[in-house]
Design a protein around this ligand. Structure first.
Ligand code: FAD
Length: 388
């Protein structure tokens, strides 16, 4: 945080980004590399803050992005580990990435979020404001021209820019302040997860789909420990007789029967009661959304962090070079809005349809988790027998 924040009050930026997690940091880096002068505001004060409700498989696109921004090496020296996913149904196994190449990674958010934030601090075009929470928009008619934010000490500050980006996640303040419309599809599922010490040394990650995709058990190893996640229908969770600890003992016995031994439980079990996919529509100009703020995917797909990075990239491609200060403000706002319309249309094509398809599959598992379809998928991805 700047020593004297009030000196920044009159600073003009090309773009203000709300939220310094995956989508916010990636948008900042992509745009700053194109010459945009970026202000990033994050409500949490500590640079070490991270999202706790998240497991941690990262797809190959995201792994390559982390490499491009010079973060991957540091993460691999901490807890991160390259991996591939084996998605099992009965005796068949679908591999992702194809042929089981170790191109995905298990990266804990406690390492990932601080590492991304650290890259912002070193960029000459980015100013990071920790401990700043958005309070309201500054508007000219339907166009956003800045924001007001408050510090934890309730000091109010204003920031001005011709473009604002909301990257503040699923329960977005930006969306609420902009009166955005949220469309949610209830996946009627509960997620539970916890960390365990390593027993069997593993590189591969495993997901077991049970009862034709009504229940999933996931196992994601990194260099230091193993994350076990469990997805089950909400009505089964609500009528569950055993404690969470007893349930996890049962899961570990199931995993042992697959030939994998897991060590002791290291952390208490986290319960996520609502992880339903949702998407947001806005009517304010000069305001863009990225990552979970715009579209939250079903967590079963493990795609959220990757999409956060891909939407940041897509936005920066659509926006191109920063607006010229010599342009008349009216012409500048039309030019920015045209580029944002292109972003919205491309986002629908690239993510919304895929997300709707994934949500359908995750809620109607029997269409995928049946012998003929799964045998075909297993054959396509290069392996039929489970791999440890
Ligand atoms: C149970 C579960 C498991 C998951 N597992 C995976 C997985 O294995 N792999 C995967 O890729 N994805 C997974 N996801 C999805 C992933 O967590 C999200 O897609 C990802 O975190 C989205 O990143 P984001 O930057 O858009 O939002 P977030 O990570 O939510 O970041 C939002 C940021 O904005 C800040 N903020 C919030 N409000 C304000 C405000 N008012 N002012 C300023 N700052 C603010 C927050 O502090 C935070 O830093 C999972 C999700 C769940 C629920």
């Amino acid at each position: 945080m700047p020593e004297n924040p009030s000196t920044y009050q009159t600073h003009a930026y090309d773009v203000i980004i709300i939220g310094a997690s995956i989508a916010g940091c990636m948008s900042a880096l992509e745009l700053a590399n194109k010459g945009w002068r970026v202000a990033v505001l994050e409500k949490r004060q500590s640079l070490q803050a991270y999202k706790k409700i998240c497991t941690h498989i990262i797809h190959p696109y995201a792994v390559n992005k982390l490499k491009e921004f010079g973060v991957l090496e540091t993460l691999l020296n901490e807890s991160a580990q390259m991996t591939a996913m084996n998605i099992h149904h009965q005796d068949l196994s679908v591999l992702f990435p194809f042929k089981g190449k170790l191109d995905a990674a298990n990266i804990e958010r406690s390492d990932l979020d601080p590492a991304l934030r650290a890259t912002l601090l070193n960029h000459k075009n980015i100013t990071l404001f920790m401990g700043f929470r958005i309070q309201s928009f500054i508007k000219s008619g339907k166009r956003v021209s800045g924001i007001r934010a408050s510090t934890l000490d309730n000091e109010l500050m204003s920031f001005r820019a011709p473009l604002v980006i909301g990257a503040d996640g699923r329960n977005s303040e930006v969306t609420k302040l902009a009166n955005g419309t949220i469309k949610k599809t209830d996946n009627e599922r509960i997620a539970l997860f916890s960390y365990f010490s390593t027993g069997t040394k593993l590189t591969q990650s495993h997901v077991w789909s049970l009862r034709q995709g009504q229940e999933y058990i996931g196992l994601f190893p990194n260099r230091q420990r193993i994350l076990i996640s469990w997805y089950l229908p909400r009505h089964e969770y609500e009528s569950k007789q055993e404690t969470h600890e007893q349930s996890f003992k049962r899961l570990i016995n199931f995993i042992a029967k697959q030939g994998i031994n897991v060590g002791d439980q290291l952390e208490s079990i986290i319960v996520v009661k609502d992880s339903s996919p949702q998407s947001v529509r806005l009517r304010l100009n000069a305001l863009a959304l990225v990552g979970d703020t715009k579209l939250t995917a079903d967590p079963l797909t493990g795609i959220g962090c990757t999409w956060a990075m891909q939407s940041a990239k897509l936005l920066s491609v659509c926006l191109g070079k920063p607006p010229s200060s010599k342009q008349h403000p009216f012409i500048r706002s039309i030019s920015i809005q045209t580029r944002l319309n292109l972003y919205s249309a491309s986002h629908i094509l690239l993510f919304k349809f895929t997300s709707a398809f994934m949500t359908f599959v995750s809620m109607h598992g029997k269409w995928v988790f049946n012998k003929p379809v799964y045998r075909f998928l297993a054959w396509c991805t290069g392996k039929r027998k489970p791999n440890q």
